[in-house]
Design a protein around this ligand. Sequence first.
Ligand SMILES: Cc1cc2nc3c(=O)[nH]c(=O)nc-3n(C[C@H](O)[C@H](O)[C@H](O)COP(=O)(O)OP(=O)(O)OC[C@H]3O[C@@H](n4cnc5c(N)ncnc54)[C@H](O)[C@@H]3O)c2cc1C
Length: 434
Amino acid sequence: MPSYQSWGRLPKAAPAAVQRPHWRSELADLDLGRAPALPYGLGRSYGDCCLNDGGLLIDTSQLSRLIHFDSERGILRAEAGISLEQLLAVIVSRGWFLPVSPGTQFVTLGGAVANDIHGKNHHHAGTFGRHIRCFELWRSDGSQQECSPDENAELFRATIGGMGLTGLITWVEIQLVRIASPSLQMERVRFRSFDEYLALENESSSDYEYTVSWVDCMRSGPMRGLFQRANFTEGGSARKTRRPLCVPFDLPSFALSSSAVKLFNQSIFHLQRSDRISRVTHYAPFFYPLDGVRDWNRIYGKRGFYQYQFLVPNEAEEVFREILLRISSSRQGSFLVILKKFGKATSPGLMSFPREGLTLALDFPNRGQTTHDLLDDLDELVQQAGGCVYPAKDARMSPESFQLYYPQWKEFSRYTDPQFSSSFWRRVTAGAVT
Ligand SMILES: Cc1cc2nc3c(=O)[nH]c(=O)nc-3n(C[C@H](O)[C@H](O)[C@H](O)COP(=O)(O)OP(=O)(O)OC[C@H]3O[C@@H](n4cnc5c(N)ncnc54)[C@H](O)[C@@H]3O)c2cc1C
């Protein structure tokens, strides 16, 4: 039986039961019993929004059929358990791509909707939810409701970014985007300060569909990193490279000592010979660099890890710098640190995380209280800046923090299915009266 963990491998949670319907018609036979239910995609959320300790998990992996693909207009309807990898295998060769893609293709369509995911093109395209034409929602009372911006519009808004709490999405219809080839023309530029980084973002935002940066979080001096920008290209012939590697066992903790990470970060920063390189690349290594290493989450060892993704408004630049400083002086960070400037496009979901500003996502190996203390400190700064933390990545924020980040949570709870809940939801609403 699959283990039903989250990607960060914490918190540990065990569902009391798992049901894996093979057909949408079988949903009517689900034995919901008295324990709360929760849909489970591919468990690529880092924390507990996909976990349901003591409850029922509805594993959607068998609901993965393509229902309809209009390859002239790029409109695709598929069951919610299909993975983005499966979708790409069908659409790319026909000249289409996902309107928004996260950093891994091992995510289901349902999971992409339920966390209203964002990608490297947020400044152009906004979130995934903006490209949904409609979906069907199955509720525990047996009803099946088609939702779109015009039909059941409130349920539509609550379900996008609704973390699986409004019911089970059975199928989704999205609008794809045209591409001329599977390759991108990509440029990677070294930056040595926050101002240099901002200048690169600003000069690239109108001409480049995709931008993203890697930051060296172990550095105590000015921020430094690598800025990438890219567009799909017409004449590219770059091939998908290498067979995936895999991490066969949990690495011991010394592999993640601060000196090892510091050394690793230095080598990433200096890996490219010049300050600016340009090349044609296949979409897979560009969008999904980590998918080339299966089970890479095992590098953090048995204790698992936290990912912390926060966002602060553009005006809160000083707080952003302060957060970076705290992270580097804590020496707890790791090598996976991703920085992105979100654009103005509003997210359609009531509970969606993305909004205009700067967002940083980074991993922290789990060192117990020391890690919790640091993340609590960061939460205070994020709150001071009027920002928020991404629930899809969270396994530890307090109810007070959550309710400050998402004051609309009470309104949202009016739309949750009375038989659905998650470990995350129980944690962040503990003690609250809805
Ligand atoms: C390497 C990596 C990179 C990532 N990069 C990004 C990124 O760039 N941007 C970003 O936004 N996220 C990113 N993520 C997070 C990931 O995209 C989200 O957590 C996504 O929701 C995971 O989808 P999943 O299918 O694995 O769903 P799960 O993690 O299994 O579930 C996620 C949520 O969706 C709900 N859900 C799943 N299926 C359904 C359904 N059929 N109906 C209703 N609810 C459902 C679950 O109940 C749960 O609340 C990344 C994750 C990894 C591991």
